[in-house]
Design a binder for this molecule. Structure first.
Ligand code: SF4
Length: 293
């Protein structure tokens, strides 16, 4: 994550500007809902001053009201989510180290079922050893396997990388194409990888990257009810403005790394808390929807 874009942390003093929702002195304070489990109970007991620091605008208030007829993909709610993600992660970008479209393609293939940190440990040495697409194309998958072993699924990944390099050299002059159809014709390249390369390197918004974080958080925020990445992407494309497709994925991926973990998300510190009804929240001031997970 780039420096200076960490989500704002509530002050220890509890004195944060624009944090508290104005209520009459006599009004009852919101009771955090518990999602069960010891950790959740401990977080539920956290003082309200720890609540994430986003002021409540009229749009936010409307977006956070579930009630009857609640529409999770209402434009005002989606806009509020985008607005808060922009405030949290204004400069979010791809965490995979790369210096060319080819390096990004290789890094993205290697990142399947692995972490970006792990991939970034492997790729500098890998690209020093094989500095060009042609150098990869001259290999057999078996020769590449030891170099990518630590990223997991190394046999399939080696096959994909060498296969993609051979095809690029044979048919595209060693250049990574900048259109979805051609990228998808490369071995081991599906929509997620193609979207990463198109969005991050070529700045082309052809779709939305759906990785494990985007999958999980889109479901928690009820932006989709689907489980298959392709269907999730189609849902997101319909409700997110096209000029936000690239940034949205990066922001959600960062949110998944920083707070919205698969297990025990840090809802108490989350700026989306009052508009998130996820069924597996660890701390909540709003209704939780059991299927939103
Ligand atoms: S589940 Fe928790 S951490 Fe994730 S978006 Fe909702 S409130 Fe934030």
């Amino acid at each position: 994550m780039p420096r200076g874009v960490a989500p704002r942390q509530p002050a220890r003093t509890g004195r944060q500007d624009k944090v508290r929702i104005a209520r009459p002195r006599t009004a009852p304070q919101p009771q955090p809902k518990q999602s069960g489990g010891r950790g959740a109970r401990a977080e539920a007991a956290a003082p309200s001053s720890r609540k994430a620091s986003v002021s409540k605008t009229p749009a936010a208030a409307k977006a956070s009201k579930p009630g009857k007829g609640f529409n999770p993909i209402a434009p005002e709610r989606v806009n509020e989510i985008l607005k808060r993600l922009n405030a949290l992660y204004p400069d979010a970008t791809c965490a995979l180290t790369h210096a060319s479209a080819w390096e990004l393609l290789v890094a993205t293939i290697l990142s399947a079922q692995s972490t970006d940190v792990n991939v970034n440990r492997v790729t500098p040495g890998l690209f020093r050893k094989y500095p060009t697409v042609q150098a990869f194309a001259a290999l057999t998958p078996e020769q590449l396997e030891p170099d990518v072993r630590s990223t997991g699924f190394f046999r399939n990944k080696s096959k994909s990388i060498v296969g993609a390099a051979k095809k690029l050299v044979a048919e595209f002059g060693g250049e990574v194409p900048n259109d979805m159809g051609t990228l998808l014709s490369l071995p081991g390249v599906a929509r997620k990888t193609a979207n990463v390369v198109l969005g991050t390197w070529f700045k082309k918004a052809e779709g939305v990257v759906v990785d494990t974080h985007v999958h999980r958080i889109s479901r928690r925020l009820e932006l989709t009810t689907h489980d298959e990445p392709q269907k999730i992407e189609q849902d997101l494309i319909k409700i997110i403005p096209r000029d936000h497709w690239i940034l949205f994925s990066h922001q959600v991926i960062w949110h998944g790394r920083k707070l919205c973990f698969a297990r025990k998300p840090k809802c108490v510190d989350c700026a989306l808390e009052d508009i998130c009804h996820a069924g597996d929240k660890t701390w909540s001031t709003v209704d939780m929807h059991k299927n939103a997970r």
